[in-house]
Design a protein around this ligand. Structure first.
Ligand SMILES: [Zn+2]
Length: 458
């Protein structure tokens, strides 16, 4: 049988929010293995590199120029019969690199049930019937919005950002404050349900604002951010809840309004956690979690779907009604939105890898479709041997140089190279670089072992 190691040629999307030209990691990676007609244009934005079998931008086997989809449907062993059957002969996950220059849509992804309904009702805007839990791992410093803020923070902004209070309506704001007062930390489900209802009402009222009122509120808000950044969104009477860095907040408000003038997203910002991730830090977004990415380069992995419900910071189709209805309105501090990696147990590092503090870390969200292992090999000859997993893997190199071996096939690996590794195949990677840079790879995989009872992340 053919050795289950394929080098992939992956396409890059050119959405407007992408980083431009050579600044875009997605474009640089794509260019290392591109079709002959591809070259990076200096002025063009490049947003997303797609690695997988999704029909919107399918990856190809470099050697045969057949699509990966074609390959795995032709040879079930590449995915394992189990995974192939369960996911209809398609890869269960879609692996991406995103290079973000400006904010991209405030959005959420439907759960499985809702996805089926949306797709049946409107297949143009909801191209498939799958859910789309997703995970982001920063490869450069990243900023984003993720989940609702703790309620006390929202109350704080209602009181310190006058145009926000005007926009949701003074009455709605007061009602919200009265409901959630003193009960934010309660774990009693009847109390938290009541709080979530109050949040839903308030947020829905914000999202119904008219374009004229948004424009007026935006002018006031940006004037405040420009005129007095050091006291922006702060209050002398409730100093304990003041934001830690008002200048940063003011600058961000001005930046976001520069990207999307007079957009409701600027006010949604005060409802959502502002998350900054350092390289290697990650967050996981379950179905129905609200989020928006603002800047940075990330590795993203998701269930294979392209269903997005958008409501701001976007020129694309907005579906505010669906968004405000679908959200769970859970609220939590930033720390709870982050996903901590753990040591990956199914890899053996050689002596050179150990002594150079090389590492293999597992990002394992509570869903069955995917996990990601990040491996840093920090010295020439440092080597990591991965056990075969009962499912397919895709590996991308984001720095350094090395080689990859499966069976009797060994291939050179450089920044941007992407490989598919078939089910059950042991896979060895080794650093061959002599410079300071670690040989860094991210390997997404689906392993159903022990996950039979998991409820698809809903
Ligand atoms: Zn998303």
């Amino acid at each position: 049988m053919q050795v289950p190691l394929l080098r992939l040629q992956c396409g890059v999307n050119s959405y407007d929010w992408g980083k431009v030209g050579q600044d875009s990691a997605a474009a640089k990676y794509a260019a290392t293995t591109a079709a002959s007609e591809f070259s990076i244009e200096a002025e063009k934005p490049y947003a997303e590199l797609w690695m997988g079998t999704h029909p919107s931008l399918p990856s190809k086997d470099v050697e045969t120029q057949r699509t990966l989809l074609d390959m795995v449907q032709d040879n079930q062993a590449l995915m394992s019969a189990e995974v192939s059957e369960r996911y209809g002969q398609k890869l269960p996950f879609l692996f991406k690199v995103l290079s973000i220059r400006k904010a991209l849509s405030i959005q959420a992804h439907p759960n499985k049930n809702l996805a089926e309904k949306l797709h049946a009702r409107d297949s143009r805007n909801y191209p498939d019937d799958n859910h789309k839990p997703e995970m982001a791992i920063a490869i450069t410093p990243f900023e984003g919005l993720c989940g609702f803020r703790p309620l006390g923070e929202i109350v704080h902004f209602l009181n310190t950002v006058a145009p926000l209070r005007e926009l949701v309506g003074t009455e709605a704001a007061t009602e919200f404050e009265n409901t959630v007062k003193c009960s934010e930390d309660s774990e009693d489900p009847t109390v938290t349900d009541k709080n979530k209802d109050a949040l839903r009402t308030l947020f829905t009222s914000l999202m119904k604002s008219s374009p004229e009122s948004i424009e007026a509120a935006t002018q006031k808000l940006t004037a405040a951010a420009q005129d007095s950044p050091d006291t922006f969104a702060t209050s002398a009477s409730t100093s304990e809840t003041n934001p830690s860095n008002p200048e940063e907040l003011a600058a961000l408000a001005i930046r976001l309004n520069g990207q999307f003038p007079n957009d409701i997203g600027l006010f949604v910002f005060f409802f959502l956690n502002f998350v900054q991730l350092s390289p290697g830090e990650a967050m996981f977004l379950k179905a129905d979690d609200i989020h928006a990415y603002i800047s940075g380069d990330i590795i993203e992995c998701m269930a294979s779907s392209d269903n997005v419900v958008r409501a701001g910071f976007t020129p694309k189709f907005k579906d505010v009604g669906t968004l405000t209805e679908m959200l769970t309105y859970s609220y939590a501090p930033i720390e709870e939105q982050k996903l901590e990696p753990t040591d990956y147990p199914y890899v053996v590092l050689n002596a050179s890898a150990y002594s150079s503090a090389s590492s293999s870390l597992l990002y394992d969200p509570p869903i069955e479709e995917f996990s990601v292992v990040k491996t840093d090999l920090k010295r020439t000859g440092a080597k990591a041997t991965f056990d075969g997993v009962v499912g397919p893997s895709i590996l991308i190199c984001t720095g350094g140089t090395g080689k990859i071996t499966v069976g009797n096939k060994t291939q050179e690996v450089k920044e941007g190279y992407v490989f598919f590794v078939g089910a059950d195949a042991e896979c060895i990677i080794e650093s061959t670089g002599t410079g300071e840079d670690a040989f860094t790879t991210y390997k997404a995989f689906c392993d159903l072992t022990g996950k039979e009872d998991m409820v698809n992340g809903n």
